[in-house]
Ligand binder design. Structure first.
Ligand code: NAD
Ligand code: IPM
Ligand code: MN
Length: 336
């Protein structure tokens, strides 16, 4: 059969450090995968005056999926985020962000008896890009459509049925009419899909996730709320450097850590590569390499239990050392 084509985008900052580590682990399997390297982002913008061009989009579209590090997005109103361009162009509307403790690490609550997934709408909401910036006033139009809400609700329901059949719809419909539509459509979809559901206001949800994370299974929400809740939830598992994600559409998929380009630690070789490695694991699952995905998770757990960790987890290992250790565990498991 034909080889899967994976676009590999390191991006900027620690993206250039964590993706090589994830690729080393991927390579340990020797799977029939063709890697297509692609340079995008702020670094390219500084060099060429463009962060992503039509040719880059064509390359991405010619691939089956994308493994992505992180890009720097300057707060320059003339700079359009590459990530948003890609998510929209490839119509990857479901951003799947699992929050699951790894063996031997706990986060701010000290708990490890939870396992939930944030399903973040990825193409509309506050990220509509329908904006006006004037000197004294600025507008951002928050767009919530029935179609957009229905498709993300369906993704969340599909996941809930594979898991514990428990959906939490997170919104701010006490203030935002757009969220009244989101809530209504999510409820209708859950009913017709036969999924058990409840709903929470986003502010109360932030508190509840930090206090009772074990109560949640699948959490579906709009774009910006999902963005904020996912970084917050990474504090529950001990580091932003441990949280992976997948952006899934009907045609393409895109795998990236939840974190950004880490300008404060970039170039030091100390970024935790595990979020990128677990994003690569989600890619393997998406490709149907279930067993390989399980081995990656096992190898990651082993590296932590053996205390081969980066400074965010209290260790002294480098990004490369952690990646190499995980790749070695994989190779040993494949031999043994
Ligand atoms: P960030 O996620 O890059 O960093 C937040 C904090 O977490 C920093 O202290 C950083 O050192 C730490 N951290 C992040 N990843 C880590 C890792 N793997 N190991 C150890 N520590 C880690 O967020 P930021 O600093 O607010 O944003 C930096 C840039 O990244 C911005 O330009 C932002 O727009 C961009 N960004 C890009 C993406 C993406 O490409 N997917 C995601 C988020 C932010
Ligand atoms: C993320 C990031 C992006 C977002 C930024 C970089 C545009 O924070 O993937 O969570 O807000 O979606
Ligand atoms: Mn984010």
């Amino acid at each position: 059969s034909e080889k899967m084509r994976v676009a590999v985008v390191e991006g900027d900052g620690i993206g250039r450090e964590v993706i090589p580590a994830a690729v080393e682990v991927l390579d340990a399997f020797g799977l029939p995968i063709e890697k297509v390297p692609l340079e995008l982002g702020y670094g390219k913008w500084e060099k060429c005056g463009v962060a992503i061009d039509d040719n880059d989009l064509d390359v991405l579209k010619s691939c089956d999926c994308v493994l992505f590090g992180a890009i720097t997005t300057p707060a320059d109103p003339n700079y359009k985020s590459v990530l948003l361009t890609i998510r929209k162009e490839l119509d990857m509307y479901a951003n799947i962000r699992p929050i699951k403790p790894l063996p031997g690490v706990t986060g701010v609550t000290g708990k490890s008896d939870f396992d939930f997934v944030i399903v973040r709408e990825n193409t509309e909401g506050m990220y509509s890009s329908i904006e006006e910036l004037h000197d004294d006033v600025a507008y951002t139009k928050r767009v919530v459509s029935r179609k957009g809400s229905e498709r993300i609700a369906k993704s969340a329901c599909r996941l809930a049925k594979e898991r514990r059949n428990d959906l939490t719809i997170v919104h701010k419909s006490n203030v935002l009419k757009s969220d009244t539509l989101f809530l209504n459509v999510c409820r209708e979809t859950a009913r017709s899909e036969g999924v058990e559901y409840s709903d929470m206001l986003v502010d109360a949800m932030a508190y509840s996730l930090m206090t009772y994370p074990e109560r949640y299974d699948v959490v579906v929400t709009t774009n910006l709320f999902g963005d904020i809740l996912s970084d917050m939830s990474a504090a529950l598992i001990g580091s932003l450097g441990l949280a992976p994600s997948a952006n899934i559409g009907d045609m393409y998929a895109f795998f990236e850590p939840v974190h950004g380009s880490g300008p404060d630690i970039a170039g030091k070789g100390i970024a935790n590569p595990i979020a990128a490695i677990l994003s690569m694991k989600m890619m393997l699952e998406w490709m149907g390499y279930q067993r390989e995905a399980e081995l990656v998770e096992e190898a990651v757990g082993k590296s932590i239990l053996e205390k081969i960790t980066t400074p965010d987890l209290g260790g002294t290992a480098s990004t490369l050392e952690v990646g190499r250790a995980i790749a070695d565990y994989v190779r040993n498991m494949l031999d043994g």
